[in-house]
Design a protein around this ligand. Structure first.
Ligand SMILES: NC(=O)c1ccc[n+]([C@@H]2O[C@H](COP(=O)([O-])OP(=O)(O)OC[C@H]3O[C@@H](n4cnc5c(N)ncnc54)[C@H](O)[C@@H]3O)[C@@H](O)[C@H]2O)c1
Length: 341
């Protein structure tokens, strides 16, 4: 089934093998934090990239001869279909990202994360293009497992509570894709755990750029809750390599965890960043109710088991401290800080 230089064959396992030559790629959300790094990574590999983005939360326009930008919205079926038709592989990253954004704009988040994602998926199925979905560790809900695997049972809070909307929205598409994969469709799924790096914005609640911004200005670093909750942090340069690897070698409809391996308490993250920047910031604990909504519940622990993606040959290259050093020395973030102060 050759189309636009991409030759895809599918074996009984549903695995797509391909001989690649100048693949035409569409990245929705390509001006965002991860999308912009992915575009750069794939363009460096010789692919030709078009980024579709409405610039709502991201405007990272990378200058590269093989990267083009198209302003547009994944909620618009006609715009999506026209672009999907012209490509070989679609990486779907456009989303209202994070719990805070979904609490503040639940309707927009639903239209983008569920309806928009479904629009892109349906266009891919109709025009026989490969669909690579960037799902999230949020689909694992409140798990307290020491290392969460792809087949873990999950528990969410009440469906009425908006802090779980992000998990539900990402999980709805993720689950549907697992089913499409079992039906033999060319869909790939990555469940990304907290990802950090240059170009990430702190404006929508992401913890590392916020801590760096406060520490740089010697302002109080606000830690939500008691700070004992833990996370792992993956370097975006590792994440984009992982995404490209699953697109090339992953099994269709099989979710792959992709995240860091070092578990850190959030209060210790604040201390590390303060030390790196030789900041005089105080660290203050802010009750969840003040930071979010009454009765807000946060997942205490989130650490991936990445054995499955490792079995494809994935090896993380960057440890958390190296990534934090990269971020604190990042001119892009310094510019954001100046603009917001
Ligand atoms: N950053 C993380 O730690 C993380 C972790 C897990 C999963 N993810 C997933 O990775 C993807 C990218 O996240 P990110 O961190 O780069 O966030 P981001 O906000 O930087 O990127 C999202 C991009 O989507 C665009 N967008 C939003 N609504 C749109 C719409 N209706 N139509 C077209 N474009 C739209 C935004 O303008 C932005 O450029 C998301 O799907 C997110 O759920 C991110």
């Amino acid at each position: 089934m050759p189309f636009h230089g991409l030759h895809a064959t599918r074996g009984v396992s549903g695995r797509a093998s391909r001989s690649r030559s100048a693949v035409k790629i569409l990245i929705t959300g390509g001006a965002g934090f991860i999308g912009s790094h992915l575009a750069e990574h794939l363009a460096e590999g010789g692919d030709s990239i078009t980024c579709l983005d409405n610039y709502r939360t991201g405007r990272n326009l990378v200058r590269h001869p093989r990267i083009a930008y198209q302003e547009g919205d994944v909620r618009n079926v006609d715009a999506v279909t026209a672009m999907v038709r012209m490509t070989d592989v679609v990486y779907h990253l456009a989303a209202a990202v994070g719990v805070r954004y979904c609490i503040e704009c639940p309707d927009y988040a639903f239209e983008t994360n569920v309806v928009g994602a479904h629009n892109v998926l349906q266009a891919c199925l109709r025009h026989r293009k490969e669909f690579v979905y960037i799902s999230s560790s949020a689909v694992y809900g409140k798990t307290r497992r020491s290392r969460v695997s792809e087949d873990a049972d999950v528990t969410y809070g009440s469906v009425c509570r908006e802090e779980w909307f992000y998990s539900h929205y990402k999980g709805t598409i993720d689950g549907l894709l697992c089913w499409y994969g079992r039906c033999g469709k060319a869909v790939k799924i990555l469940r990304v755990f907290n990802c950090i790096g240059s170009r990430q914005s702190g404006a929508y609640g992401m913890v590392v750029p916020r801590f760096v911004g406060w520490a740089r200005r010697d302002r109080p670093i606000q830690v939500y809750g008691d700070g004992q909750q833990t996370r792992t942090f993956a370097d975006v340069r590792d994440v984009v390599r992982g995404i490209a690897l699953v697109q090339r070698s992953g099994h269709c409809g099989e979710p792959y965890n992709l995240g860091g391996t070092e578990e850190i308490r959030i209060i210790d993250l604040a201390r590390r960043i303060r030390k790196m920047l030789r900041s005089r910031s105080r660290i203050v604990c802010v009750p969840y109710e003040e930071a979010f909504v009454r009765g807000f519940e946060e997942t205490r622990r989130r650490r991936p088991n990445i054995a499955k993606i490792r079995s494809l040959g994935f090896v993380p290259r960057w440890c958390t401290d190296q990534t934090l050093e990269w971020i604190v020395g990042d001119g892009h973030l310094r510019l954001q800080d100046r603009q917001s102060s």
